[in-house]
Design a protein around this ligand. Structure first.
Ligand SMILES: [Zn+2]
Length: 112
């Protein structure tokens, strides 16, 4: 089940979302879920649920036990997190574009 994600333009991106695009997410562990038990009653796989304390993005990592290898990763974004394409030649924005936008917003604050 994939939810439809509405994208915003870079200039309309909320500041807290822009920070995560610039610096990465501030992940916090919340809980474990979907623990898979093997025949010997040992855990063979579990899912870590992480949430970004800034933007509320959710990340679900399914981890194999005992190797601790990542089996799969799923992101559940907050509404308004993803940005429309619009970088050079219509490519998706990269971190440099986000930093440029953050810098422009700071300059407006410095000028005020
Ligand atoms: Zn975040």
């Amino acid at each position: 089940m994939t939810k439809k994600v509405t994208r915003v333009t870079l200039v309309n991106l909320m500041d807290k979302f822009l920070d995560c695009h610039c610096f990465g997410h501030n992940w916090r562990w919340t809980k474990d879920k979907d623990i898979l038990w093997g025949r010997s009653k040992a855990v063979v796989q579990y899912t870590e649920v992480l949430r970004c304390s800034r933007c509320t993005m959710k990340r679900l990592d399914t981890i194999a036990v005992p190797s601790m290898d990542l089996v799969k990763r799923h992101y559940d974004p907050p509404e308004g997190y993803y940005v429309e394409r619009g970088g050079e030649e219509g490519r998706p924005h990269n971190r440099r574009d986000f930093k440029r936008e953050a810098f422009a917003r700071r300059q407006k604050r410095w000028a005020a």
